[in-house]
Design a protein around this ligand. Structure first.
Ligand code: M6R
Length: 516
C-alpha cells in the first residue's frame, strides 16, 4: 500500500487490532490501515476491493491510498479523501499521482478522482465506483499543457525559470480578460455571481503561505477600490474556529495548487453554511477549483519550484481585476481612475521584464549578504505583505532566519535587533506612505543597521540613505507589489544558490500541502 495523508483515528484502530493479536513493526498510521484492511478481508472472507470499501467507512482523516494485492498483481485499488488523486489514461497503461503535470510525458488524458470514490485500475481498464459499490462514469479530461512547460528550458533551476516567466504569465493572466481600450474586464467565472458579490457585506479571503500574502495585498486593494470590508484568514485557523458565516457571504479561496488541505476544508465548511465560494486557483481541475462555485484561473502554467513565485504575481493580477470590476460595478471607483488602472495594469508585464534586467546586480548583492544570520523585511501599505513574502522566500530557499513586519511596527520591538550585522530590506516604492518609510530607513541607519531597499526608478533620496538598492519602474501604488516582489524573489534565489542549496526542493517542504 502507498499512503499519502493522515489516518486520524489510527490509534483506536490499532488498539482493536492489537487486541486481536496484531503486532506492529512501525509507529505509522499506514501500517495500521493496511492491517485493518487485511483483518476485514479475512473476517468477511471477501476480496480486496470489498475490504477497502468497508474499511474506508470506518476511517477518518485525509488520505490517498493505492493498494496492490499479490494475488492480483495487475490490479491497483485506489481511493481518496481530502488528498488529490489523478489517474492518467494511456494506451494499455495507467498512471497514478497527486498532480497531472508529471504525466504529460506519457498522456494528456486524465481522470480526477473525487472524495469517497474508489478506482479499480488495470493496464487496459479503469473502473470508478462510489463507496456504495455503484459504478460511476469516469470523466476523462484533456490536459491543455505542453511538455516544455514542465522542463527547465535552459535555466539552472525551475525557480529561476518561473521568476523569469512572469512577464509572460502575467500577460497570459490578463489576456482575453482586460481590454484597456474598451474599458472592460471580462471574467466569466465571476460574472455569474456579480450580483451577490456587489451586494455582499464582506469578503473573506482564505489561503495559506504565499497565497495568503496575495490575499493581504488584495485586502488593501479591495478596501480602496470597492469600499467593502475584507478579512484575510489563514485557512488552517479559519477551518477550526467556527467562524461566523452568513448565507451569501463571499469567500475567495486563493491557491496555486488547488489542493492545499486546509484551504480545501475551510471552503467546504463555508460552502455548507451557504457562502458563495470563488476560487483563484492556478491548477486547472484541482480540488479547490472543483469545489468552488465560480472563480478565475490564474493561468500561470505549472509551477514546479517549491517556492511560489509566478503564481503569486498571477494571483495579484487576477485579484486586482476582480477588485477593479467590483469597484466599477459598485460605483466606488471613478471612471478616470478605473481607466488609468486598466491601462497601467496592461503595462505590468513589460515593467516586470524591465525589473528582471537587474538579475546580475541582485546576484552580486546575494554574494555580499549571503552570510547574514538574520534579515528583517519592512514595508507599509500595499508593500507590507510584499515584505512578508520577501521574508518567506528567503527563509524557504536559504534557511536564513527572516522576519517581515509593517515598517511602523519596528519601534514596537524588532528595532532591538538592529546592529551593524543586520540587513534590513525595505520595500519602499514611491506611494502615499513613502516619506514615512524613508524615516524608518533613517532610524535603521542611525542604529548602524544595513539598509537594502527596493525603490522606484529615480528615487535618489532613498538611494542616498540605502547601502544597496534594487530598482523597479514607476507604477500606481495598487499595482506596485507585482513589481516590488520580483527583486525579493531574485535575492532569495541567488542567496540560496550562493549557499549551494537545493532551491527547487528546499528541505522539509512539499509543493502542495495536502495534509494538515
Ligand atoms: O498551493 P497553495 O497556494 O494553496 O499553497 C499555499 C502554501 O503552501 C504555499 O504558498 C507555500 O507557502 C509556498 N511554499 C510558498 O513559497
Amino acid at each position: 500500500m502507498i499512503h499519502n495523508g493522515i489516518i486520524e483515528n489510527y490509534s483506536q484502530l490499532k488498539k482493536e487490532l492489537t487486541n486481536l493479536g496484531y503486532v506492529f513493526e512501525s509507529d505509522t498510521d499506514t501500517e495500521v490501515l493496511l492491517n485493518f484492511i487485511e483483518e476485514i478481508k479475512k473476517n468477511n472472507n471477501c476480496g480486496l476491493e470489498e475490504a477497502v470499501r468497508i474499511a474506508l467507512k470506518r476511517v477518518t482523516g485525509a488520505y490517498v491510498i493505492l493498494l496492490l494485492d499479490e494475488e492480483n498483481p495487475d490490479t491497483i485499488i485506489a481511493a481518496r479523501k481530502g488528498s488529490p488523486l489523478v489517474i492518467g489514461v494511456g494506451k494499455g497503461e495507467h498512471f497514478l499521482g497527486s498532480d497531472a503535470s508529471p504525466m504529460l510525458e506519457y498522456t494528456k488524458e486524465v481522470v480526477y478522482v473525487n472524495d469517497y470514490e474508489l478506482a479499480i485500475i488495470r493496464p487496459d481498464e479503469l473502473i470508478l465506483k462510489n463507496l456504495g459499490n455503484e459504478k460511476l462514469t469516469p470523466y476523462v479530461q484533456k490536459l491543455d499543457l505542453e511538455l516544455a512547460a514542465i522542463e527547465k528550458g535552459g535555466f539552472d533551476h525551475f525557480m529561476l525559470k518561473e521568476i523569469f516567466e512572469q512577464p509572460q504569465t502575467i500577460y497570459d493572466c490578463l489576456r482575453g480578460r482586460l481590454d484597456a481600450v474598451a474599458g472592460t474586464i471580462t471574467m466569466s467565472g465571476i460574472q455569474q455571481y456579480a450580483d451577490q458579490i456587489v451586494n455582499a457585506n464582506r469578503i473573506v479571503m482564505v489561503a495559506c503561505g504565499t497565497s495568503w500574502h496575495a490575499g493581504l495585498v488584495a485586502e488593501y486593494i479591495f478596501e480602496e477600490l470597492c469600499r467593502i470590508n475584507v478579512e484575510v484568514e489563514y485557512a488552517s485557523e479559519f477551518r477550526y474556529r467556527n467562524p461566523v458565516i452568513h448565507k451569501g457571504d463571499v469567500i475567495i479561496a486563493i491557491s496555486q495548487s488547488g489542493e492545499t488541505a486546509d484551504t480545501l476544508v475551510a471552503i467546504e465548511n463555508a460552502k455548507q453554511k451557504g457562502a458563495i465560494i470563488l476560487g483563484v486557483v492556478n491548477v486547472v481541475g484541482s480540488s479547490i477549483a472543483r469545489t468552488s462555485h465560480g472563480g478565475a484561473y490564474t493561468h500561470a502554467g505549472p509551477e514546479i519550484g517549491v517556492a511560489s513565485t509566478k503564481a503569486f504575481t498571477a494571483q495579484l493580477a487576477v485579484l486586482t481585476m476582480i477588485a477593479l470590476k467590483l469597484g466599477y460595478l459598485r460605483g466606488t471607483i471613478s471612471e478616470e481612475r478605473y481607466r488609468n488602472l486598466l491601462t497601467e495594469l496592461e503595462q505590468i508585464p513589460e515593467k516586470v521584464a524591465w525589473t528582471l534586467q537587474q538579475s546580475e546586480h541582485i546576484k552580486a548583492l546575494a554574494e555580499k549578504y549571503k552570510d547574514a544570520r538574520d534579515f528583517l523585511y519592512l514595508g507599509r501599505g500595499y508593500n507590507f505583505p510584499v515584505a512578508l513574502e520577501g521574508a518567506l522566500k528567503l527563509k524557504e530557499i536559504s534557511y536564513i532566519h527572516a522576519e517581515g513586519y509593517p515598517a511602523a511596527e519596528m519601534k514596537h520591538g524588532p528595532i532591538a535587533l538592529v546592529d551593524d550585522q543586520l540587513p534590513v530590506v525595505f520595500v519602499a516604492t514611491r506611494d502615499a506612505y513613502h516619506e514615512k518609510v524613508v524615516s524608518n530607513m533613517q532610524e535603521i541607519k542611525a542604529r548602524k543597521g544595513i539598509v537594502i531597499s527596493v525603490i522606484t526608478e529615480g528615487d535618489s533620496h532613498s538611494t542616498d540613505i540605502s547601502d544597496d538598492v534594487m530598482i523597479v519602474p514607476e507604477a500606481d501604488e495598487i499595482l506596485a507589489p507585482m513589481l516590488s516582489v520580483v527583486p525579493l524573489q531574485l535575492l532569495a534565489y541567488y542567496i540560496g544558490v550562493a549557499k549551494n542549496l537545493d532551491v527547487d526542493k528546499p528541505r522539509n517542504l512539499a509543493k502542495s500541502v495536502t495534509v494538515e
